[in-house]
Ligand binder design. Structure first.
Ligand code: ATP
Ligand code: MG
Length: 284
């Protein structure tokens, strides 16, 4: 009986992953609230269950006796479900610490700061914050994704006019070149495999970006390894780091335990398939 690999989600982001599970000779199992989702037709076993219903997903995982659990994009919080399933069934997956540091930007930036890794200045929203001098600043949701609800402020007065809540923090706005690093993290593997220029639409709308691969440098691998270590990223299997380059220094903005569908789309199809295959091997 081939080993079973459970995909958290069967939408368009997970479809190439589900295909890769099958093409690698494993049984593809998938959960998704939508029985019409793109990837369902490629799954050998499918459960119409929401990826947010973690208790139910864990039940399915136990019932099918899956050998591995994995996802592609964690935009919807699929990463947390992977971690919960992995912990419940004793499978490989990101630890709770890895999930916290990659989904809570305040925790992430505090860990970077404590370990001497450059990151734009930041703080919690308090009355003190309103007097801090680093304008322009961005107000960001602590657990934001997809650039949504990032607000740009040139002057303190404008912040005062806004109604903001405690789930946001401020961050110094840095002009710079976006550089993102992508790689694999698993048992005994910590390899940055790709660097790209990430060009954002900028203020006021941070929801769109363009990626262009750039030549690889040794220092990207060094930074990738260092960040994996200080954040306690025990496992990805895919991991990405967004930086801004200014004055020859790379400032870390954000990290994610996910394969950005846009970066996957940039790779030639053979390279893309190989990455998904490697991710599956690491998860088993
Ligand atoms: N402090 C900053 N100064 C300048 N630009 C920034 C800053 N923070 C973020 N940006 C720009 O906005 C983008 C999105 O920021 P961030 O990663 O924090 O948000 P997100 O919601 O996780 O978005 P995404 O899903 O695109 O990563 C960054 O890639 C960068 O181009
Ligand atoms: Mg981000």
């Amino acid at each position: 009986m081939p080993e079973k690999v459970l995909s958290i989600g069967a939408g368009k982001h997970q479809t190439p992953l589900i295909k890769a599970i099958r093409d690698s000779g494993y049984l593809a199992v998938a959960v998704d609230i939508d029985p019409q989702a793109d990837g369902v037709k490629y799954a050998d076993i499918f459960y119409p269950v929401s990826i947010f219903n973690r208790a139910e997903v864990i039940k399915c995982a136990r019932q099918v006796k899956t050998d591995a659990v994995i996802t592609a994009s964690s935009l919807l919080g699929a990463g947390k479900t992977v971690s919960a399933v992995a912990q419940s069934l004793g499978l490989k997956g990101p630890s709770a610490k890895a999930i916290t540091n990659s989904t809570n930007k305040l925790k992430l930036k505090s860990a970077l700061l404590a370990n001497g890794i450059p990151t734009p200045r930041f703080g919690e929203l308090s009355s003190d914050a309103l007097n801090q001098p680093e304008f322009p600043v961005l107000l960001k949701p602590v657990s934001g994704v997809g650039g949504e609800n990032i607000k740009y402020f040139k002057k303190p007065e404008n912040i005062r006019k806004q109604s903001w809540d405690t789930a946001c923090f401020w961050e110094e706005y840095l002009e710079g070149e976006g550089i993102s690093l992508y790689g694999l993290v698993g048992d005994e593997v910590c390899q940055c495999i790709l660097a790209a220029n990430k060009k954002h639409s900028g203020p006021p709308d941070f929801t769109r970006h363009e990626l262009t691969p750039i030549p690889f440098r040794r220092k990207y691998q060094d930074l990738f390894q260092k960040i994996v270590k200080v954040l306690g990223i025990n496992f990805g299997p895919f991991f990405q780091i967004d930086c801004l380059k200014r004055g020859g220094e790379l400032y870390v903005i954000d990290v994610g335990i996910e394969i950005d569908p846009q970066i996957a789309g940039l790779l030639n199809s053979e390279f893309q398939r190989n990455i998904y295959r490697e991710m599956i091997k690491l998860a088993l």
